[in-house]
Ligand binder design. Structure first.
Ligand code: SF4
Length: 417
């Protein structure tokens, strides 16, 4: 069951009748126009295939909500309508059959209008996310009195004043929902500042009993935006805060989904689909073109492996076996060769040019064994005994040094030219 993010934190029914927390969901948002139905459907399919559990679409105009019915008919992932400024877009989106509405208290704050949306969502049985963004709450007209009061309370905190306004805005807005006996609510409180995001969600998780949708907003380009998002969301998730996540930055949202999933896998909050690649960072002992090999292995495994096996690609036989501890399938490179192990058993020694194909072959064979029940993941049968680096594989260093002198080897990557 996917947590669309509404109501009280959802639990999963387990086989033994007990319950476990619902897995954290990955959300993203389409980048194209919603009213361009074919392109929007294609983008939603792409994001769903990449692993998105929930996809949000912008509905700034009536032509966008008019497109929703057809979009919903052609897609199977839960769709959230992102509504700003015009409460009627929310009513139209609910009518079209979306799975959730996002409202911004900063620009839809007329009580009667909010109550109309609540009533429509109640009838449709769908949740509402109340999304306060740092940028949109600053305009709040009556902020002074309550903010001053809360500002004193939060004065010890770095973001005390902003936090005070956010909490006040949320309290005031949620009162409309509570007065209408509507509790199918999720909350988000995004900022472009990672430390503000950590402080805001930490405080909100203490004060409100609703699922939290985590995100850093306007995080910038992928390179820095990803790190900013992971810094904030990883901290919160590691402390048990958050039910849905969106990594967001200025790039193709497919990357947002991939990064969101990797974050959840890394924290053990989702079961990994496909192989987990372990690779050494390389050092002065490297004797093959490991960077290229790792990339090639990663590409091949992505397409071919369905089970969460651990695959290690290590640059040498000196430290590699220790560093690859726990891998199901591993290759350790030596002097232009690779030795391949499956759950601790040495199965092959091949030349550098054959490593990729043979490793994939062993991974596929191991996958068959896992799926047939003949083998189990993470079950090492024997300890890996590294070969003598001076022996059959050799350090190769003297040979490479000789090649460098003769101009045949670029030692920055250890490849023969
Ligand atoms: S496995 Fe070998 S080459 Fe790779 S980082 Fe460790 S010691 Fe260096």
């Amino acid at each position: 069951m996917v947590c669309v993010g509404g109501g009280l934190p959802a639990d999963h029914a387990m086989a033994d009748g007990s319950t476990a927390p619902a897995p954290v969901s990955v959300q993203t948002m389409t980048a194209g126009y919603t009213h361009d139905i074919d392109k929007c459907v294609a983008e939603i399919h792409k994001l769903h295939t990449a692993g998105a559990d929930v996809v949000r679409v912008a509905v700034p105009e009536k032509k966008d909500t008019e497109a929703l019915k057809e979009i919903l008919a052609q897609t199977s992932v839960p769709i959230v309508a992102d509504v700003h400024f015009h409460f009627k877009r929310a009513l139209e989106a609910v009518e079209a059959g979306v799975h959730k509405i996002r409202l911004n208290p900063g620009n839809i704050n007329d009580r009667a209008q909010v109550e109309d949306v609540i009533s429509a969502c109640r009838d449709a049985g769908i949740p509402i996310r109340v999304g306060v963004n740092e940028g949109s709450i600053i305009e709040r007209k009556d902020k002074q009195a309550r903010a001053k009061e809360l500002g004193a309370f939060f004065s010890e905190q770095k973001h005390g004043y902003m936090l005070a306004i956010m909490i006040a805005k949320l309290e005031e807005y949620l009162d409309i929902f509570y007065d209408n006996d509507f509790f199918d609510i999720a909350i988000s409180a995004k900022s472009m500042d990672a430390t503000m995001v950590i402080d805001a969600y930490t405080e909100i998780s203490r004060r409100f009993p609703h699922p939290l949708h985590l995100g850093v907003t306007h995080a910038g380009p992928k390179e820095t935006g990803c790190i900013r998002s992971i810094a904030a969301l990883g901290t919160l998730l590691a402390n048990g805060i958050g039910d849905t996540v969106r990594i967001s930055y200025a790039n193709d949202p497919v990357y947002e989904v991939e990064d969101g999933l990797e974050l959840l896998y890394s924290l053990g909050l989702r079961e990994r689909k496909g192989a987990e690649l372990i690779a050494c960072p390389t050092c002065g002992r490297i004797q093959v073109d490991l960077f290229t090999l790792v990339q090639d292995v990663n590409n091949k495994l992505e397409d071919a492996i369905r089970v969460p096996m651990k695959v290690a690609v290590m640059g040498c036989v000196v430290n590699g076996p220790g560093e690859a501890e726990g891998a199901d399938v591993a290759v350790f490179a030596g002097d232009r060769k690779g030795i391949i192990y499956v759950q601790g058993e040495r199965v092959a020694t091949v030349g550098e040019e054959e490593i990729l194909d043979r490793l994939l072959e062993e991974c596929l064979a191991f996958q068959v064994k896992i799926e047939s029940g003949e083998a189990r993941l993470g079950e090492k049968k024997v300890d890996i005994v590294p070969p003598d680096p001076e022996g059959e594989l050799g350090s190769g260093w003297e040979k490479m040094a000789a090649e460098r002198i003769s101009g045949k080897t670029d030692l920055t990557i250890g490849r023969t030219s």
